[in-house]
Design a protein around this ligand. Structure first.
Ligand code: ADP
Ligand code: MG
Length: 702
């Protein structure tokens, strides 16, 4: 591929450059006003944009367009329409109107709505989100013009992940601008949040993937013993990239660059067969759309290359799972990052003010953040044996911690600790300046220089949810703090006092130590921090009076929308575990148990054959093995029966919380009990007799 990166970057995007080239100046200016300042869009403008968009897309080979939206499945949805319009004499012309650009009406009654729409009132609308550029998608179906849209019900309730995100961005902007104007920054008109999601994933051989029903149906292995080697040598992390994986990364990057995604970093991750891609950050809305495209492209390209990309949070027990670090900060339209501490953070009152607002927000609504990172897959990570813990705390680092301490004890801060020189001990190595603070990889919510890194998010999740929560809770904290400041007579004094008060009240959320340790769990309990252990435990926090009031105050989600989202969460959980349980049942009864029975018979036959040939031969080894295997086989069959019973019982429970809790407490536990004897069998049964590829085959043979 001799293509030059700068030549291909963004060629499949109807971006500002293309718009400036193809739209009449007046239309371009009007559209920019809508994009930048949220001003209402005139129908005539849409008409002209639609026409230009169509011409551009058709020149690039497009035959269809689609409203591309993000329903509550967490994935993207599309329904394609061709541009054709009948013309005289049996011909067609290509048409695309402003109305078709702005509004779509997919009969989307089968998307999760949590009771917001009965199926007999199935109308749902998609509405153009002009803040995220349209793009072209090329696949076996040809070229399709994709128009990012929001998806809502007939009565205007959000049925998707994008609408609340856009609302939360507006809320955050409004409150941050309010605060900045109090600080005298009256030139700021808009504050956006920037997001950089780091995406972890696994790549395995497609042929082997196709031999595992559990991977096909659930995205994770439901059985599988650990191979002799796992990740203990840390030799995969940042290791040199294998040819096959490198070829995948190359094609992926090219495709993403064409789509205008700023794919930047790639490397091997901790677990064998695990990798990561990070883009350069962008506005939350576009970053969210782009992350969806990243996940989609990963799957598509892996498939093309005889590989399979696993985005599940825990595809393999016993090795690290995958997450998505959500890097987040706030930026003004004048280009200032509000979370940039500068060289002397103790003098940077504005920074300290925004920092204290984030501290307050995270402390007051830790449960909501926890929920925003919850899905059935992430239950295997959060609070289990790996990163990060289920308790939300914030890492600020030595420098900021010291400044906050000064503020709390003296009412002012006089100094900022500095990083200084890095002493490597080799004189030929160039002089390197050290950061003022080290990193902490065990913290779920860590300050990393000029942004926060929310590390709890699961690898398969849309980042819309976590960022909606973050934006909203910070907007709410800012609005409360702005209320106080607006009443103050002496602004300068009031600001310092308010920062001190806020930090003092919420300091319990700050923790700079080891988040994985048992001591921290005890310490966190003492501090009164919530320890929400699972997704089903987290869901109720969405609809507490406190949460409803906060979301409604900020105009992000209404009570009915929140209630419907809680329902969808319960439903998603129950369905996911139900599919896993059924898959386990099927694999155990149709694959593992029959294979083992056959193998035991072979062993028994061989014992008889040996005894026939040499009557006094010692066959104790075979006999011992037969006994062991038969024992485990009995255990497996018993566990299988229990799982079947529990699964049948679960679906009789009332839909919603009761059913989800039963799946969590009973079915999920029974699944673990079936896995145990099967995994033990895998370790003693002849590899040739084992019916599916093992962890060793899947993780080390790409
Ligand atoms: P690390 O692994 O050290 O966390 P990466 O380069 O893998 O670093 O990822 C850091 C992510 O944070 C990138 O996506 C980067 O663009 C993003 N990022 C950097 N600065 C900001 C910021 N101000 N706001 C949001 N995201 C940011
Ligand atoms: Mg990171």
């Amino acid at each position: 591929m001799a293509e030059n990166l700068t030549d291909i970057f963004g060629i499949d995007v109807f971006n500002e450059t293309v718009m400036a080239e193809r739209l009449p100046k007046k239309t371009f200016v009007a559209l920019k006003k809508t994009i930048d300042n949220g001003e209402e869009l005139e129908p005539m403008v849409a008409e002209v944009v639609a026409n230009a968009m169509k011409d551009w897309a058709i020149e690039k080979g497009a035959t269809h367009f689609t409203h591309w939206f993000q329903p509550m499945t967490g994935m993207t949805a599309e329904k394609h329409d061709s541009f054709i319009f009948p013309a005289p004499a049996g011909k067609v012309i290509m048409e695309f109107s402003g109305k078709e650009l702005i509004k779509g009406e997919p009969d989307a009654s089968s998307f999760p709505s949590g009771g917001l729409r009965a199926t007999f009132e199935a109308r749902g609308y998609t509405a153009w989100d002009c803040t995220s550029p349209a793009f072209l998608k090329e696949d076996a179906a040809g070229v399709t013009l994709c128009i990012p849209t929001a998806f809502c019900s007939y009565t205007g309730e959000a049925l998707d992940k994008k609408t609340p995100l856009l609302r939360s961005m507006e809320a955050l902007s409004k409150q941050a601008v309010r605060v900045l104007h109090l600080f005298g920054d009256t030139d700021v008109k808009n504050v956006s949040c920037s997001v950089g999601p780091e995406q972890e994933y696994f790549l395995i051989d497609k042929g082997k993937y196709l031999q595992r029903e559990d991977l096909i149906f659930t995205g994770r292995t439901l059985f599988g013993a650990m191979p002799p080697k796992g990740q203990e040598l840390d030799d995969h992390y940042f290791g040199s990239i294998k040819e096959r994986v490198a070829a995948f990364m190359k094609e992926l990057n090219t495709e993403l660059w064409k789509l205008g995604v700023l794919a930047k970093t790639q490397h091997n991750e901790v677990a064998p067969a695990q990798h990561e891609l990070a883009p350069i950050y962008g506005t939350a809305n576009i970053a969210t759309d782009h992350n969806q495209l990243v996940m989609e492209c990963m799957k598509k390209i892996a498939n093309r290359q005889g590989l399979t990309c696993l985005l599940h949070e825990k595809p393999f027990a016993g090795v690290s799972g995958s997450g998505k670090h959500d890097n987040w900060s706030m930026v003004t339209d004048t280009g200032k990052n509000l979370l940039n501490p500068g060289k002397m953070p103790h003098e940077n009152i504005k920074f300290l003010f925004f920092l204290s607002a984030v501290i307050k927000a995270v402390d007051e609504h830790a449960e909501l953040l926890r929920l925003s990172a919850s899905n059935p897959g992430n239950d295997h990570r959060l609070g289990a044996t790996e990163a990060p813990p289920a308790i939300i705390s914030m890492f600020l680092g030595e420098q900021l911690d010291d400044i906050l301490e000064q503020l709390i004890s003296n009412g002012t801060a006089a100094t900022s600790k500095q990083g200084g020189k890095l002493l490597i001990g080799v004189h030929s190595i160039p002089y390197i300046k050290k950061d003022a603070t080290d990193r902490n990889r065990t913290s779920p919510f860590a300050f990393t220089g000029n942004k926060f890194e929310f590390r709890m998010v699961g690898s398969s999740m849309s980042v819309a949810g976590p960022n909606t929560v973050l934006n909203t809770i910070v907007a709410d904290a800012l609005s409360q703090m702005a209320d106080e400041l607006e009443k103050a007579k002496d602004f300068d004094k009031a600001v310092i006092k308010l920062i001190k008060k806020t930090v003092t009240e919420h300091k319990r959320i700050v923790f700079n130590g080891n988040g994985y340790s048992d001591e921290w769990i005890m310490e966190a309990e003492k501090r009164g921090l919530p320890h929400v252990k699972s997704m089903v435990e987290a869901i109720p926090f969405l609809t507490t009076e406190k949460s409803v009031a906060m979301f409604e105050r900020q105009g992000v989600l209404s009570r009915v929308e929140l209630e419907s989202r809680a329902e969808i969460n319960y439903e998603n959980y129950s369905k996911a575990i139900n599919i896993e349980a059924k898959t386990m049942t099927e694999m155990a009864s149709k694959l593992y148990i029959p294979a083992v029975i056959k193998y035991v018979k072979e062993l028994a036959d061989s014992v008889n054959a040996v005894k026939n040939a040499v009557p006094d031969a010692d066959v104790s080894v075979q006999e011992e093995l037969i006994r062991k295997i038969s024992d485990l086989l009995c255990k497996a069959q018993k566990a299988l029966n229990v799982l079947k019973e529990k699964e049948a019982e679960a679906v009789t429970k009332e839909e919603g919380a009761a059913r989800a809790n039963y799946f969590h407490d009973e079915v999920f536990t029974a699944m673990g009990q079936l896995r145990e004897p099967i995994d033990a069998l895998e370790l003693i049964v002849d590899k040739k007799a084992w019916p599916v590829p093992t962890y060793g085959d899947l993780l080390f043979e790409v």
